[in-house]
Write a protein that binds this ligand. Structure first.
Ligand code: GLP
Length: 242
């Protein structure tokens, strides 16, 4: 029996508004909360809602702390395809968050970054709300299909399908990094609440496999079936196979 809740929305904009309301509620209830944040095209609309509410004076980020899921190995924070850059561009530069309280794993710190990042999350007292997207192969963060579930932050080899899916942001596939650093599945599961956004027909199979099939490390998101407070916010196209 899963504790999963599904918020079904008409389209991407409605999904974004619904997810943003959950995040805003978290910030309102606990102004110094720890948000686990995600990149990719799925959360951008939610971030735009949060920016609008912040500009309207309805939502205060001044005490919020954040930890992002992942970063490409080898990219510095000023690289325009790094996830650190993405977060500044899509959220942090536009709200009153203290940038010192924002954290993205470093892609250039070497393997010691993994231990540092997990300690940072622990020192924060864990994550209050983790926002996730969903890879077309069922990955979360950059936790790719595997024969076991990962634990803490670690370095991964990206699958060809993930590099292919993300090449639209680079000038050619050769420029897409081959490795990344990502929070582990255990880190994600330890978040007190998990919210996933998914939109579009290309996510429909992954949603079916992850949440209406067996829990297996071959579909990393499937472990969320065991999370006690997991909310899937998805539009009609993404839910079209279930
Ligand atoms: C990347 C990110 C994931 C994200 C996924 C889906 O691989 N590492 O965190 O969920 O892409 O991206 P999109 O939302 O653009 O489909």
């Amino acid at each position: 029996m899963t504790a999963m809740r599904i918020i079904r929305t008409k389209d991407y904009d409605a999904m974004s508004a619904a997810a943003a309301r959950l995040i805003a509620a978290q910030i309102t209830l606990k102004p110094n909360c720890v948000l686990g944040l995600a990149t990719g095209s799925s959360p951008v609309g939610a971030y735009q809602n949060l920016i609008a509410w912040n500009k309207a004076g309805e939502l205060d980020f001044s005490q919020v702390r954040s930890v992002n899921l992942d970063e490409y190995a080898g990219l510095t924070p000023d690289h325009d395809q790094s996830y650190a850059y993405f977060m500044r561009h899509n959220l942090f530069d536009h709200v009153n968050i203290d940038q010192k309280n924002t954290n993205v794993p470093s892609g250039v710190n070497g393997d010691e970054e993994c231990e540092r990042y997990d300690k940072l999350i622990a020192d924060f007292g864990g994550i209050d709300l983790q926002l996730l997207g969903l890879g077309v192969n069922g990955h979360i963060g950059f936790n790719e299909p595997d024969d076991h579930f990962s634990l803490g932050t670690h370095k991964v080899t990206l699958t060809e399908s993930t590099r292919e899916a993300n090449k639209r942001f680079f000038t050619s596939i050769d420029e897409v990094p081959t490795h990344a650093y990502t929070m582990g599945v255990r880190d994600i599961l330890q978040a007190r609440r998990v919210v996933m956004v998914a939109s579009g027909a290309n996510k429909a199979q992954a949603i079916k496999d992850a949440f209406f099939g067996p829990v297996t490390p071959q579909v990393p998101a499937s472990i969320l079936q065991y999370h006690p407070d997991f909310i899937l916010v998805a539009d009609e196209e993404a839910l079209s196979l279930i």
